[in-house]
Design a protein. Structure first.
Length: 335
């Protein structure tokens, strides 16, 4: 038979209200009484009813995080950082994986905001802000993570990569590269648009060739990288910028299988979204753009907790910066 709060109260010699206040810390209870209550809980093996507690307090102590690809270590690392931040404040995390599907994201938002969570973190794959916005209940705490929109209705945490991309393309030009290609992510995403914009501006300022075929778009997952690489190699690229960590990792392996080495056969700029040995093996042949993924996750966790505690607080946009590390430079390289 399930142990109830009344059983705990009888064993501790207190009222059920005192047990509730002890568990939820909603009223002063003396140390001696708390000790009796906790000893009774331990002896009986009582588990507080989280659903009942959330009904009384209005909080579930749970946050939802909608991510586009849970198998991508960039998001896996970010999830771990978010969870560490939230658990320190007594919150749990529910993950929804959209696999870059707008329909799956729509379904996840509807389910999670229907009473399951107190707030929502979203790395959205939506093509428009309007589609996302009409799904979110009025006043519901939301923080956009990594991917944002021009409209600033919701708080957001993202990383600016414009300057690192611009600098990397200019450095390739200074090395003598004339046909610099780029592999971007899904075209509709804010991250992709910013990175392609930086590439175009740098290529124009440096007098580089601007053939349309030098811009290739992947799917932000593993499958897109080889196809994009083949297309750029057919364009006789002597330099390539790969704008996403998972595709960059796959690209290094793919080039090796084709007998091509970064630094010898072509110049490569690689996004680094997480720690991986292949980057260490090639660090002196590949320019790297280092993403602050753990800081991104921690900041996102802090932001959603702030929105839950103060729903009417001003909407904030936190923009972190990545680090451009030219090849051959170690941990002390230039930012």
């Amino acid at each position: 038979m399930k142990v109830t709060i009344s059983d705990v109260a009888r064993l501790a010699g207190v009222s059920t209200a005192t047990v509730s206040h002890t568990i939820n810390n909603t009223r002063y209870v003396s140390a001696e009484t708390k000790d009796r209550v906790y000893r009774a809980i331990a002896e009986l093996g009582y588990t507080p009813d989280a659903s009942a507690r959330s009904f009384r307090t209005g909080k579930k102590k749970t946050i939802g995080f909608i991510v586009p690809d849970i198998s991508n270590k960039f998001f896996a690392t970010m999830i771990e950082s978010v969870e560490t931040c939230l658990s320190a404040q007594g919150y749990h995390l529910i993950i929804a994986n959209t696999k870059e599907s707008m329909e799956r994201e729509e379904s996840s938002i509807r389910i999670l905001t229907a009473g399951l969570v107190d707030g929502l973190l979203v790395a959205s794959t939506m093509e428009s802000f309007e589609r996302l916005d009409r799904l979110v209940p009025a006043g519901f705490p939301v923080v956009l993570v990594d991917r944002t929109f021009e409209e600033k209705k919701y708080a957001s945490v993202c990383v600016s990569n414009f300057q690192p991309i611009y600098r990397s393309v200019c450095r390739l030009a200074a090395r003598g590269c004339r046909r610099v290609g780029i592999i971007g992510g899904i075209p509709r995403l804010s991250t992709t648009r910013e990175r392609i914009s930086a590439y175009r501006e740098a290529a124009a300022d440096c007098g580089l060739t601007m053939d349309p075929g030098l811009i290739q778009y992947g799917d932000s997952m593993e499958a897109g990288a080889p196809r994009c690489l083949d297309a750029l190699l057919e364009q006789n690229c002597d330099g390539i910028v790969i704008c996403q960590g998972l595709m960059a990792s796959v690209s290094l392996s793919y080039l090796r299988k084709k007998g091509l080495l970064p630094g010898r056969d072509l110049s490569l700029v690689s996004f680094v979204d997480y720690n991986i040995q292949s980057y260490d093996l090639y660090y002196d042949q590949v320019d790297r753009i280092i993403q602050p993924v753990e800081e991104l996750g921690r900041t996102a966790g802090e932001q959603i907790l702030r929105r839950i505690e103060k729903p009417d607080a001003p909407v904030l946009e936190r923009v972190l910066t990545s680090e451009y590390r030219p090849c051959g430079e170690g941990e002390a390289g230039q930012p």
